[in-house]
Design a protein around this ligand. Structure first.
Ligand code: ATP
Ligand code: MG
Length: 256
């Protein structure tokens, strides 16, 4: 058994670590992301060995900040932290209602975000188990999701498809369609926000990210979202020189 003194020592050490992490963060990242509960959650994740270092912002989005980090063994991880102050609760409520995995009647903003993160984690898990190339989910805790870092060993993150020069468009398009098919038929989810913004290109291969909006296929909105995903994808495919109709994609996914 640890004595209380040893325990608080560890705690202090972790606090210092996290403070240090905080100070190295990109200055553009407002302190709003590191509120008290987020810091406490980071200490817990540090204690459990999931995230022992945060060393740089990858992206500052509308609702979440994504950081590069390392676990206790020094493996790179990606840490997505939802900002409780700026998240779009209306959207979250809209998508989470009707999902049989979540029984949400009335809940606080914080609870809603925690469930949103859990939803992204579960969706990633389903996708990962269906052999769709996504970041391997590692843990979800409160407003923080830890997952496999997609990028080079030296820490350079993979770039989104719309910012990348694609050298093998046929292969990329074929893989993306295969993944949407596996998502629908094996993982039984629809991504719901699929476009070149949420596909990273890593070593010339597509990796689907940002599954927070994903819905189970028997959700009342799933068809509408699948159609929207397919529409956005076909537009993005066209931009890289591949012409394929929405119906053709649907046939390939076997939903026509
Ligand atoms: N596992 C990962 N490995 C490397 N980079 C990542 C990873 N996950 C996300 N990123 C980077 O962070 C960016 C934002 O991630 P994501 O799309 O999941 O958040 P977001 O929900 O779109 O943010 P927002 O909607 O608030 O703009 C991605 O475009 C990508 O550049
Ligand atoms: Mg995104």
């Amino acid at each position: 058994m640890e004595s209380p003194v040893e325990k608080s020592d560890i705690h202090l050490q972790k606090m210092r670590e996290v403070k240090r992490l905080k100070s190295v963060e990109d200055r553009r990242v407002g302190s709003e992301v590191f509120d008290r509960i987020t810091l406490q959650t980071l200490y817990k994740l540090a204690n459990q060995g999931y995230v022992n270092l945060l060393n740089g912002a990858i992206s500052t989005g509308k609702e979440a900040n994504v950081f590069k980090g390392a676990d206790e063994d020094g493996n790179l991880v990606a840490v997505k932290i939802y900002r409780v102050t700026t998240s779009d609760f209306k959207k979250m409520q809209y998508y989470i209602q009707g999902d049989p995995r979540f029984n949400i009647r009335s809940s606080s903003k914080r609870q809603l975000i925690n469930n949103w993160v859990l939803k992204e984690f579960k969706n990633l898990n389903r996708a990962y188990n269906a052999e769709v190339r996504v970041p391997k989910p590692l843990i979800a805790k409160n407003n923080i999701l830890v997952m496999e870092f997609i990028g080079d060993k030296n820490g350079t993150p993979a770039r989104p498809m719309q910012q990348t020069k694609i050298s093998n468009p046929e292969n990329v398009v074929e893989k993306i369609i295969e993944y949407v098919k596996k998502l629908y038929n094996a993982a039984e989810i629809v991504h719901g926000d699929l476009s070149a913004f949420n596909i990273l290109i890593h070593h010339d291969e597509p990796v689907l990210i940002d599954l927070s909006q994903g819905l189970v296929v028997d959700h009342p909105l799933s068809n509408e979202l699948l159609n929207r995903d397919i529409k956005n994808l076909t537009k993005d495919f066209k931009k890289i020189g591949i012409e394929i109709s929405e119906d053709e994609v649907k046939r390939k996914i076997k939903v026509l």
